[in-house]
Design a protein around this ligand. Sequence first.
Ligand SMILES: O=P(O)(O)OC[C@H]1O[C@H](OP(=O)(O)OP(=O)(O)O)[C@H](O)[C@@H]1O
Ligand SMILES: O=c1cc[nH]c(=O)[nH]1
Ligand SMILES: [Mg+2]
Length: 225
Amino acid sequence: MTIEERGDASLVTHALAKDELSRLRDVETEQVEFRKGLVRLGRICGYEIIDGRMETEYTEIQTPLTTTMGERVKGLDDVVIVNVLRAATPFVEGLLKAFPRARQGVISASRDESAGMNEDGEFPISVEYEKMPDISEDDTVIVADPMLATGSTMCSVLDHITSDGPDPERLIVLSAVSAPPGVVRVAEAFPDVDLLTVAIDDELDDDGFIVPGLGDAGDRAFRTD
Ligand SMILES: O=P(O)(O)OC[C@H]1O[C@H](OP(=O)(O)OP(=O)(O)O)[C@H](O)[C@@H]1O
Ligand SMILES: O=c1cc[nH]c(=O)[nH]1
Ligand SMILES: [Mg+2]
């Protein structure tokens, strides 16, 4: 059964998201364009979240000429965006264009690539810094990380977020590129999470990189390779 048939994740369907992702995948896309592309993709994904997952309500508006009924998005003041350092930083910059009043959390979680994957296909994850706003039952929490590979990082991040405090109204994991093992790991460990991604790629290579993927997102955005 495919991941789509299992219903573990849903796809961002906007054509511009696919266009941006194709540019990001291109090995010729250099640092500045790569970073800007992640910003644009984050904004499109933010709009997609608003469009597909948030409700609107009618409200009376006084224009300079008359009163009329307007439509407003509900819950825009109750959004928390979690930035998984470091590759998510430009992606979150784009999301903030869709959710300018979001409260933000930051968590530094990274894979110990020198240790390699264990036989269960997981990496050891080190969490060195975490600062979260208080999360309430009314909140939409969006955990952003452009890459979901083995899912080790995201499971560690979600453990931190869900370990105390009330459950938010919605908990969305947003990624640009996902690999099947990561989607399955997150969906099984956190069945209530709404997993949204622009693409689900074919597989992981022996080093835990997504294929075809886009390479190391952090290194490409921060020019550290
Ligand atoms: O699903 P996983 O197998 O855990 O892999 C995904 C993680 O790998 C990358 O981060 P990385 O550890 O390279 O840190 P970086 O953002 O600092 O480069 C990426 O940004 C994810 O956080
Ligand atoms: O393919 C991958 C896997 C993890 N992290 C990345 O940046 N790229
Ligand atoms: Mg990296």
